[in-house]
Design a protein around this ligand. Structure first.
Ligand SMILES: CC(=O)SCCNC(=O)CCNC(=O)[C@H](O)C(C)(C)COP(=O)(O)OP(=O)(O)OC[C@H]1O[C@@H](n2cnc3c(N)ncnc32)[C@H](O)[C@@H]1OP(=O)(O)O
Ligand SMILES: O=C([O-])CC(=O)C(=O)O
Length: 454
């Protein structure tokens, strides 16, 4: 299976050709400027032409600079470890994890606007940051919230297209089908057919990206309500921001769940360009397939159990353990499972030829900071939840066993090992649906990259 690793961001290009500070200066784009347009389009209209010029200049001045050697392992491993793509939004350091435009998750939690005092960063804020490289004000974020709501209407035929599938179809299949139905509204396709100039491709692409991001929660919520709640649809609430609205349309209005949803979307948005979903979108968009086509393709990659679907599998695992906890509780009157019992469970999984879902990574070599921030959220809001305690215990038990195997490069937990426990706590217990949440979030990372690659 091919995992493509990328050059991540221009900042990574800097470190790879470290001494050549001229390159560093040339590629330090967008991040240091301080325009203050209230709407994102006006902001980008100033920034993108300059970005395009800088990319041209880097190409002209440094186009022949070598960025490393290609080994047989890299080729067999599906370009793993090969510097191969330009990815502006984020970069992943093996030890430190994700940085969005240079900002770690704790930086984002400190600096990006929240919907409530002391709350989690809003997805609208990460979108602004990924697209512009700048930290938006609360006013800018609120204006973006409003704009996304105004774009959120989904045509009825998209729902009917989903209805043509059996209810038993996997939620990811239904979601990707709904996204394909939205594609008929592509502004890029229309503009291309009418002969738009190359330098302006980004404009209808931006329209498509914003419409796509605005509309996917309604499609995703429809899939959830159709499969699990007898098709009773909950309409968008005009007073809510993006993350809160998605949770609301799913049927969850606990303020803590709304804030968790904001955090969830923020941290799942982007993970450099080499992961399967992001790379797929980048590849599919490169021949000018529009953002809907690129995003639907990405969803199909995300639906693989070694990528996004791992969050579903870990929950099948944990729910099995939960059933086990219940039987222990029934028998002994206590929910505490011993470390030895858990170890046996992990060995049983490995001995049956399966991987331990939620552990390991193509790039990371330490615990995923996305796992850590979800753990911190859980410690704050549900410290005594039995499933959370179990997931915490798994973190003690699994890494030494994986290390013992001698071949696993990263025995530590990744993002997928934790999200399900939190969703389950708030009542979203249908684990087959979890990857759809991941998909909605990933539109935030993919869309800016598709826009900026033009
Ligand atoms: C959002 C995300 O996509 S995060 C990742 C989500 N996926 C998972 O959690 C699934 C479990 N993890 C895995 O399967 C892997 O760690 C991957 C796919 C994420 C990364 O794969 P790789 O880069 O090939 O990992 P690595 O180089 O460490 O693999 C070496 C060996 O260790 C094994 N290994 C890696 N992780 C695990 C694990 N969690 N459990 C058991 N074995 C593992 C590999 O299967 C491979 O075995 P093989 O040589 O017999 O084929
Ligand atoms: O980076 C990867 O290979 C997988 C991952 O964690 C993601 O896409 O979020």
């Amino acid at each position: 299976m091919a995992f493509f690793r990328s050059i991540a961001a221009l900042s990574k290009l800097r470190s790879r050709v470290g001494q050549q500070s001229n390159i560093a200066n040339s590629v330090r784009l967008l991040q240091t400027q301080t325009t203050s347009n209230l709407d994102l389009y006006s902001e980008l209209k100033e920034l993108i032409p300059e970005y395009q010029e800088r990319v041209k200049k880097v190409k002209k001045d440094y186009g022949t600079v070598q960025l490393g050697n290609t080994t047989v392992d890299m080729v067999i491993g599906g370009m793993r470890g090969m510097t191969a793509l330009l990815w502006l939004g984020s970069s992943v350091d093996p030890d430190e994890g994700i940085r969005f435009r240079g900002m770690t998750i704790p930086d984002c939690q400190k600096k990006l606007p929240a919907a409530i005092p002391g709350g989690e960063p809003m997805p609208e804020a990460i979108l602004w940051l990924l697209l512009t490289g700048k930290i938006p004000s609360k006013q800018q974020v609120d204006s973006l919230s409003q704009e996304l709501r105004s774009r959120a209407t989904v045509p009825d035929y998209a729902f009917k297209t989903i209805d043509a599938l059996p209810v038993s179809a996997h939620p990811m299949t239904q979601f990707a089908t709904g996204v394909m139905a939205l594609q008929t509204q592509s502004e890029f396709q229309k503009a291309y057919e009418s002969g738009i100039s190359k330098s302006r491709y980004w404009e209808p692409t931006y329209e498509d990206c914003m419409n796509l991001i605005a509309r996917v929660p309604a499609v995703a919520a429809y899939v959830y309500r159709r499969i699990y709640k007898d098709g009773k649809i909950i309409p968008l609430d005009d007073s809510l921001d993006y993350g809160a609205n998605y949770s609301h349309m799913l049927g969850f209005d606990d303020p803590k769940m709304l804030d968790f949803m904001r955090l969830y979307i923020t941290i799942h948005s982007d993970h450099e360009g080499g992961n399967v979903s992001s790379h797929t979108a980048h590849l599919v968009a490169s021949p000018l397939s529009d953002p809907y086509l690129a995003f639907a393709a990405a969803l199909n990659g995300l639906a693989g159990p070694l990528h996004g679907l791992a969050n579903q599998v870990i929950n099948v695992g944990t729910l099995e353990v939960l059933r086990w906890i219940r039987s222990i509780v029934a028998e002994f009157g206590t929910p505490h499972i011993s470390t030895d019992q858990l170890k046996d469970y992990v060995y049983k999984t490995l001995n049956s030829g399966q991987v331990i879902p939620g552990y390991g990574h193509g790039v990371l070599r330490k615990t995923d900071p996305r796992y850590t921030c979800q753990r911190e959220f859980a410690l704050k809001h549900l410290p005594d939840d039995p499933l959370f305690l179990l997931v915490s215990k798994l973190k003690e038990v699994v890494p030494p066993i994986l290390t013992e195997l001698g071949k696993v490069k990263n025995p530590w937990p990744n993002v997928d090992a934790h999200s399900g426990v939190l969703l389950n706590y708030f009542g979203l217990t249908e684990e087959n649906y979890f990857t759809v949440l991941f998909g909605v979030s990933r539109s935030f990372g993919i869309a800016p990259q598709v826009c900026l690659a033009l």
